[in-house]
Design a protein around this ligand. Structure first.
Ligand SMILES: Cc1cc2nc3c(=O)[nH]c(=O)nc-3n(C[C@H](O)[C@H](O)[C@H](O)COP(=O)(O)OP(=O)(O)OC[C@H]3O[C@@H](n4cnc5c(N)ncnc54)[C@H](O)[C@@H]3O)c2cc1C
Ligand SMILES: Cc1cc2nc3c(=O)[nH]c(=O)nc-3n(C[C@H](O)[C@H](O)[C@H](O)COP(=O)(O)O)c2cc1C
Length: 770
């Protein structure tokens, strides 16, 4: 075959040499507009996995790359006058120039034709080629020509960065955070050869403009960075080798995803590779790795299908299918890491203490978890666990393994939870006349004995017509309070858990069948009239609620107050006001469901007016030494609905009204919602609200292991974690998770104690067997 790679970066060169090596009969040309030794950029880092694959596919170039590598294990963070270091992170770095030179030499030895100084107009310049590889980087002309086919989705990110170098050598991947009068700047620094280190400086657009960096040329920008980072530079100058860039040389990262990666132009097959197909932010240093992995995969597909022109369509289809998955995974991690650096100034740097700031930074991509950090640097992690535990009020000796973050106590007002795990409220649709019955005793009692620090019963409705279904719990009469009292006494007598009551009103989502008879489906008989912020049904064909008027508001507020007084009389420890999931109070908060034109509709203050009235009314009658949390839907997952920015505004209003915590849930407000599910998918909302608004939060949603909870809590992304479905699967989730991470100091109920040792031993044996 005749193959032309347009662009002689890592992707084009490596693919060229692999194909020539695998099948010397191919005629392969790499066309590059620059000179052979002319490239911009400093060092690049890559992962051990990519290196392992390169050793298999071309041991010769891998050996040369490895001898040129700088390897380092440590990460050091300079922050607010502290220098903290951890080890075990394993990076390798190499100069971009050196990498390209090795690949160029290898291409020449294998007889790949290298055509330098040739600026290709596009794929049509090579009509004789069977395959044109568009390895022409982010601004790929070829991709742009067929934009309709490749469907590039380009997003320019808000931060500014400048890619510099220095002759000062660093023995750790170093991050330096510096505050100026206009905001925070960070430097990402790593050594990549015997004389040089990469030094990338990044900041927000606001700080960039406020410092006039948009008006400075490269020389003056460098001078600015040198002064700002003088301490970490120790007097060494900063250098630029981006002479080809005009103006200030500060760039914005562009995130690229393509809908399709290949095309037949009538003569040749065209395929995207490397930065022409996708980009990953330098915060996790994976652009070169992805380019090399693409090259390996395309070569592998030719090996699998055969090195023949007629096989190209299958090869390209399979290449795209395989690479898409890996690229999406890396882009996801890169996005998390990139976003961390975009918000670090306003969300973390001023708020977190240096120890927690360091932990948050290390886990920024959310691919490195708490237990993963233990594997990397046990001493550092255990030191951090001790720091966290002491801050939570535990006395911890210097040499003992202390409990991990989820097992530290949490105090709010006069209530101390023994640990930070909550049984999240879950409707069980098993009540009669709103009464707690045998089912609830067994269900909630078992979960209290299972080790959680706080056990919520399901949404408890403040009046008969506030229920979702006839099977919902209620708290509007003394008989119901009496049953609650029994439950609270049982939990207090038999466990260390506290008891939470979540008060709510179903609003327009009320009067439905129990879940297993048809979720959200209206009752056929015995239903009741609905009320909501506006007269809009939840289901298109569903019953239309009445828009609440003043007397409705007064009645419902009074119902909430009565329910709160009854809850207080039961000795329950914690109250939560349900303002999420499209129920009555949530229907006021969302612009999708609140179309009112009076002072209860419109902007944030107005939409929050009624929920805040209810909050203040219940706060006034709930004991002062007991907390109230507020559950919000932090994202409506629907165009025109609330987003996390809106949720943050509501959180600040509730905080000002005296809410102790915000419980950060999402969705269920609008039937056509499009939630993006995934591990810990709602935790970013909690992180934002906790650290931008300065209020304690509960994270909930797809938190299914101790490792997840510990990572969230340790990084300060939440104060508590609510676990729902895993608690349906396992009432003793908390105790079992403690055993799984080897924390044997967590007590079991005395009646069950005989099983503890055996359970732990079996787990240890299973882990050893693995
Ligand atoms: C600040 C910064 C830091 C980075 N740090 C890292 C890191 O630490 N680790 C990492 O892995 N990656 C890093 N990257 C990303 C990395 O540089 C790219 O992802 C990687 O180089 C992609 O390789 P590529 O071959 O696809 O494209 P490129 O390296 O961009 O190569 C494309 C080539 O095509 C040539 N070309 C373009 N158009 C034409 C044309 N019409 N005719 C002929 N030739 C053409 C260009 O001259 C260029 O040589 C960083 C990027 C930036 C901006
Ligand atoms: C069966 C069931 C019933 C639920 N009922 C309630 C409820 O009454 N109140 C509430 O705020 N959330 C309710 N939820 C939502 C959970 O509290 C939780 O936010 C959600 O399930 C995500 O957590 P998970 O991924 O740990 O399950 C319910 C969830 C389930 C699975």
């Amino acid at each position: 075959m005749r193959i032309v790679c347009v662009g002689g970066g890592p992707a084009g060169l490596y693919f060229g040499l692999l194909m020539k090596k695998l099948h010397p009969e191919h005629a392969i040309t790499v066309v590059e507009r620059n000179q052979p030794y002319d490239t911009f950029g400093w060092g690049v880092v890559f992962s051990d996995a990519t290196m392992a694959a390169m050793r298999i596919w071309d041991p010769e170039s891998a050996a040369e790359i490895e001898t040129a590598f700088n390897h380092w294990d440590d990460i050091e963070v300079w922050f607010k006058g502290t220098r903290q270091r951890t080890t075990g992170h394993g990076f390798v770095g190499i100069g971009r120039k050196q990498l390209l030179n090795i690949l160029q030499r290898r291409c020449m030895r294998l007889d790949v034709e290298l055509a330098f100084n040739q600026d290709a107009g596009g794929d049509l310049d090579f009509p004789e080629a069977d395959l044109v590889v568009a390895s022409d980087g982010l601004n790929s002309k070829i991709r742009n020509r067929y934009a309709g086919v490749f469907q590039p989705d380009l997003v320019v990110r808000p931060n500014r960065y400048i890619w510099l170098g220095t002759k000062k050598l660093y023995d750790a991947f170093t991050f330096d955070f510096r505050r100026t009068e206009h905001g925070w700047f960070q430097a990402h620094i790593y050594r990549f050869d015997a004389e040089t280190s990469t030094f990338i400086v990044e900041t927000t657009e606001e700080a960039y403009i406020a410092h006039g960096l948009d008006r400075l040329d490269q020389r003056d920008s460098i001078k600015f960075c040198q002064e700002l980072f003088a301490e970490v530079l120790g007097g060494a100058p900063l250098l630029s080798n981006a002479r080809h860039l005009r103006g200030s040389a500060w760039l914005n990262f562009t995130r690229l995803i393509c809908g399709k990666w290949s095309h037949f132009n009538g003569e040749s097959h065209v395929v995207l590779m490397g930065d022409a197909a996708h980009t990953a932010h330098f915060a996790i240093g994976s652009g070169t790795k992805l380019a090399l992995d693409d090259a390996i995969e395309l070569a592998r597909q030719f090996e699998a299908h055969g090195h023949r022109r007629e096989k190209i369509p299958e090869v390209l289809a399979d290449y795209e299918e395989v690479r898409r998955v890996d690229v999406a995974r890396i882009q996801n991690a890169a996005r998390n890491a990139m976003e961390w650096f975009e918000v670090v100034g306003r969300r973390y740097a001023d708020q977190l203490e240096p120890e927690q700031f360091m932990y948050s930074m290390l886990t920024r991509s959310q691919r490195i978890s708490h237990e993963n950090l233990r594997l990397r640097d046990k001493n550092w992690l255990e030191g951090y666990e001790r720091w966290f535990a002491r801050r939570a009020g535990l006395a911890v000796a210097e040499d003992e393994r202390c409990v991990s973050p989820m097992f530290t106590p949490f105090t709010v007002r006069g209530v101390t939870l023994p640990n930070r795990i909550i049984v999240s409220p879950m409707a069980m649709y098993s009540a009669k006349d709103g009464l707690i019955g045998d089912f609830h005793f067994v269900h909630l009692g078992a979960r209290a004995m299972g080790g959680a620090g706080l056990v919520f019963a399901e949404m408890t409705c403040v009046s008969p017509d506030a229920r979702i279904t006839p099977g919902c719990l209620g708290l509007w009469n003394e008989a119901q309070a009496a049953q609650w009292r029994r439950l609270v006494d049982y939990v207090h007598d038999n466990s260390a858990a506290k008891v939470g009551v979540q008060l709510g009103h179903a609003g327009r989502k009320g009067s439905t069948k129990v879940a297993w008879e048809g979720i959200d489906q209206p009752l056929e008989e015995g239903g009741w009239p609905l009320i909501s912020a506006s007269a809009l049904p939840y289901l298109t064909q569903g019953p239309i609620p009445r828009a609440m008027d003043r007397s409705d508001r007064e009645r419902v507020t009074a119902d909430f107050v009565r329910a709160t007084e009854l809850a207080a009389s039961t000795g329950a420890d914690w109250l939560e006001l349900h303002c999420a999931h499209g129920y009555l109070l949530s229907s006021f908060l969302s612009p999708l469901t609140n179309r009112r034109e009076d002072e209860y509709g419109g902007g944030h203050q107005n939409r929050a007016r009624y929920p805040l009235e209810v909050f203040r009314a219940i706060r006034a009658v709930w004991p002062v030494d007991k907390p109230i949390s507020v559950r919000l839907s932090c994202h409506d997952w629907t165009e025109g609905g609330n987003t996390p920015d809106d949720a943050a505004i509501f959180a600040s209003l509730f905080k000002a009204a005296g809410a102790d915590l915000i419980d950060c849930s999402s969705g269920q407000v609008w039937k056509g919602e499009k939630p993006v599910y995934g591990r810990l998918f709602q935790t970013p909302f909690s992180d934002k609200i906790r650290n931008e608004i300065g209020v304690a939060t509960i994270a909930v949603g797809a938190i299914s292991e101790a490792d997840h909870a510990n990572s969230i809590l340790a990084a300060g992304r939440a104060d508590l974690c609510a676990i729902a479905r895993p608690h349906l699967a396992d009432p003793s989730w908390t105790l079992h998770e403690a055993a799984k991470i080897g924390l044997t100091s967590i007590g079991w109920p005395k009646q069950y104690y005989a099983a503890k040792g055996q359970y732990e031993t079996n787990l240890a044996r299973a882990a050893a067997g693995k």
